[in-house]
Design a protein around this ligand. Structure first.
Ligand SMILES: Cc1cc2nc3c(=O)[nH]c(=O)nc-3n(C[C@H](O)[C@H](O)[C@H](O)COP(=O)(O)OP(=O)(O)OC[C@H]3O[C@@H](n4cnc5c(N)ncnc54)[C@H](O)[C@@H]3O)c2cc1C
Length: 392
């Protein structure tokens, strides 16, 4: 009997795993099952070029349609897996169909969190979410964005660039709180301000409600903001329910080892949904970035094809706002000393984040090469003084 792999989730982690399995010489069947009706696509442009109408869905495909046939990957889109049975080695689809497997990969990613419901609320996780919002972002229209993390900040910047009147609300004291240390968060306060986005930080949203043709956001201190459309961008929730219901260990994501193996035999997990060992700092982490999902998917795909190489990676992510390309590497939050090279005022710099002199993170605008170099220092646990001495 032919060996059979089933991959649930046709995002970047699932597609990368299938590609890596074939590159590693896996000759069994691969079923790639994806809930979205779309040919798999790159998600990051959704809050950038797609929402601004600068790219079409066909310009952001992960692979061309013919790739799946060429690689003998049986891609089935618009297919939702309702349950998995690790003991019987079977997945059940919502329509009752059963698909047997020898090994299973859960690459189910996550969904946008939205603790409130009102007709004016929009979230942005998928291509399917984009057309309605794009249609609403007309010049002069009012928009409130709740959450100044990566996606909320990008949507605010995209909307402002399109001529909308934008208010951005954030609970933390500064924007991009999970990515940036305070000194650099300040930079984004100035950037939003200089571009005409109204930013309010320290805002604890209590309720979002419809009021006629407006949607009203109320904070715990009694302030209100209203607009016809309110984008809620307050983080994502990993899609762990299939694993949880099957008794697989879940703790902020599906718990995996360094090869992507879950607590159930022959069941792996990869990408945003996986809580994985942190091979550089120790402990565990769940990474919600494009490159992390792509490389983790590839690494777990190799392991499913018989490889034994543990996955170790320094996280890297980027964000495009108002024409500025921010890049972040490592774990800025693990550090407590900031060394800046370049000019914060000109938005042309690299900032190293140090813990006892050791580089733990790097943040830069317009410095991709420096960020790449810093990622290697972070991986090697090098002291900044030592690498700069070596370069002098
Ligand atoms: C708008 C937006 C902008 C972003 N911008 C950036 C950026 O600039 N830089 C960056 O580094 N990262 C960015 N990210 C994050 C990045 O896109 C994610 O880290 C990455 O997409 C995760 O890939 P994944 O394959 O693990 O999960 P996902 O992309 O979430 O894919 C999982 C897939 O599984 C499917 N699925 C789930 N459950 C089932 C089921 N039961 N049956 C069948 N299919 C199922 C889902 O429908 C989905 O298609 C952005 C994310 C968003 C939403």
């Amino acid at each position: 009997m032919t060996h059979r792999t089933v991959i649930v989730g046709a995002g970047i982690a699932g597609v990368s795993a299938a590609a890596a399995m074939r590159r590693s010489g896996y000759e069994g069947e691969i079923d790639l099952l994806g809930e979205e009706p779309e040919l798999p696509y790159r998600r990051p442009p959704v809050s950038k070029e797609i929402v601004r109408g600068e790219k079409t869905p066909d310009e952001i495909r992960i692979k061309k349609a013919e790739w799946y046939d060429q690689q003998s990957v049986n891609l089935r889109t618009g297919v939702t897996v309702a349950a998995i049975d690790p003991e019987a080695h079977v997945v059940r689809l919502v329509d009752g169909e059963e698909v047997g497997y020898d090994q299973l990969l859960l690459a189910t990613g996550g969904r946008a969190r939205s603790p409130w419901s009102a007709s004016g609320i929009r979230t942005l996780r998928s291509l399917a979410d984009a057309p309605q919002l794009q249609g609403e972002l007309t010049p002069g229209s009012r928009l409130v964005v709740v959450g100044a993390g990566l996606i909320g900040s990008e949507i605010a910047a995209s909307a402002r660039t399109m001529g909308c009147d934008v208010t951005l609300l954030e609970t933390a004291a500064l924007p991009l709180p999970r990515l940036l240390p305070p000194e650099l968060g300040e930079l984004y306060v100035d950037l939003h301000k200089s571009e005409g986005t109204e930013l309010h930080t320290g805002v604890e949203v209590e309720a979002i409600e419809d009021d006629g043709d407006q949607t009203v956001v109320r904070s715990t201190d009694g302030r209100t903001w209203s607009a016809p459309v309110v984008v809620v961008a307050v983080g994502m929730q990993p899609n762990v329910e299939l694993a949880e219901a099957a008794g697989i260990e879940v703790a902020d994501g599906i718990v995996v080892d360094e090869l992507g193996r879950t607590s159930a035999p022959d069941v792996f997990a990869a990408g945003d949904v996986a809580n994985q060992p942190n091979g550089v700092l120790g402990g565990r982490h769940r990474v919600e970035h494009w490159q992390g999902a792509q490389n983790h998917g590839s690494a777990v795909g190799k392991a499913m094809a018989g490889g034994q190489e543990p996955f170790v990676e320094v996280p890297w992510s980027w964000s495009d706002q108002y024409g500025h390309n921010l890049q972040v590497s490592g774990w800025p939050e693990a550090a407590h000393e900031l060394v800046v090279h370049g000019s914060l005022a000109d938005r042309d710099f690299i900032a190293y984040l140090l813990e006892d002199g050791v580089v733990r993170g790097a943040v830069g605008i317009g410095r991709p090469r420096d960020i790449r170099a810093a990622a290697a220092w972070i991986a090697a646990g090098q002291r900044l003084a030592d690498v700069l001495d070596g370069e002098a």
